[in-house]
Design a protein around this ligand. Structure first.
Ligand code: DP6
Length: 356
């Protein structure tokens, strides 16, 4: 058995300021609309990949344990994409560590597939440009493409017209292929553009009942889905402009309203295989307490805004000058709620940190 280079990459999760919620293509992770995010310095995934010629199967360790069958299948499928790009059949040994709880509303799949895409493509001898790497990461998990570039990032949906399936008949078989390379991530601003702080409150660490992929699929069942999609282009424009102008109030309110709208879509979506669910509730009681607290703090002139991904945890955004006061306020509240938190700044994208 021969081993190729052993490559280690790091990536941070990212926080969506404008959410990706709803897809045009579930298999390729083509989003129904563009989204905008910021990479989070406070959490990191570190992944090492080595391809071993002659090995019978891939092996995947996550946080020191063999991956669950579901996680293994998702990683092996991603490695197949890398093998296809590199023209190799060698199996891989993958070891990945997260310094934060998985499935807790911090998008662990984003940093996981960003770090895996970079480490695996390099270990397989590829040297992908940032855009190509983001397209590869996107196929693992849509939001993962946003953890490839540095800082504030846009996941460009591309034109919906470009994703029309083209059908070709080869030897009597119908083959469907989608042109999907216009859905990728690009930097809007570098991390140092704006010294803001993102405080992630870990209210509940249990894995969530409904995965984000299932949530995306269910969006089409919400009576509010069309309204959600229609509101996205102006929201994207507001957020892009507020970032450019460093207009925190406009940014914060647009981000918070859009997050609540995403949850309104989730709460009014249904899942065909879980008919006991009237809707998808990612929130826990502590989530609602925090929404109320944030509104109170703003009334008292503390400029803090929140956003919530597909989980109960709450991310608070403020400018660096307000972080100390925010943490004072939080101290009392967290004693009552029993949670803990981590603080991030805007961070770099995926990086190679070791190559042997
Ligand atoms: C609520 O990227 O996790 O965090 O593409 O199916 O892997 P898949 O979904 P995923 O969806 C993220 C949903 C979100 C919003 C966001 O990050 O934009």
């Amino acid at each position: 058995m021969g081993e190729g280079p052993k490559v280690t990459a790091k990536a941070h999760p990212n926080l969506a300021l404008v959410k990706y919620w709803g897809k045009l293509d579930d298999e390729l992770n083509i989003p129904a609309s563009s989204s905008i995010s910021v990479n989070l310095s406070g959490a990191t995934t570190t992944t090492t990949v080595v391809f071993v010629t002659g090995a019978e199967a891939d092996s995947v360790m996550i946080d020191g344990q063999a991956a669950s069958p579901k996680a293994f299948a998702r990683v092996a499928k991603h490695l197949d994409r890398v093998r296809q790009l590199a023209g190799t059949t060698a199996r891989a040994r993958v070891e990945s560590w997260n310094d934060f709880p998985a499935s807790a509303g911090i998008a662990s799949s984003a940093s996981a597939f960003a770090a895996l895409s970079l480490a695996a493509s390099r270990a397989a001898g590829l040297s992908l440009a940032e855009r190509e790497l983001s397209i590869l990461a996107r196929k693992g998990s849509g939001s993962a493409c946003r953890s490839i570039p540095d800082g504030f990032v846009e996941f460009v949906a591309g034109g919906a017209d470009k994703f029309q399936p083209t059908t070709t008949t080869i030897k009597g078989e119908v083959e469907t292929c989608l042109k999907d390379d216009t859905a990728y991530a690009r930097q809007l601003f570098p991390p140092e553009h704006w010294d803001m702080r993102i405080t992630t409150l870990i209210i509940d660490q249990r894995p969530k009942e409904v995965s984000s992929s299932e949530g995306h699929q269910a969006t089409r069942t919400s009576p509010f889905y069309e309204a959600w999609l229609a509101a996205l282009p102006p929201t994207l424009e507001t957020v892009r402009r507020a970032l450019a102008d460093k207009d925190f109030r406009t940014l914060g309110m647009a981000v918070e309203r859009q997050a609540i709208a995403m949850h309104a879509v989730a709460m009014t979506s249904s899942l065909a295989d879980r008919d006991w669910l009237s809707g998808i509730y990612y929130w826990a009681p502590g989530t609602v307490s925090l929404i109320q607290a944030v509104q109170d703090w703003r009334r008292q002139s503390l400029e803090v805004y929140l956003t919530i991904d597909a989980g109960p945890n709450v991310h608070l955004l403020c400018e660096a000058k307000d972080q100390a006061e925010l943490e004072r306020e939080l101290g009392c509240l967290l004693l009552a709620l029993g949670g803990r938190y981590l603080v991030s700044r805007p961070a770099a994208g995926a990086r190679i940190v070791g190559e042997e």
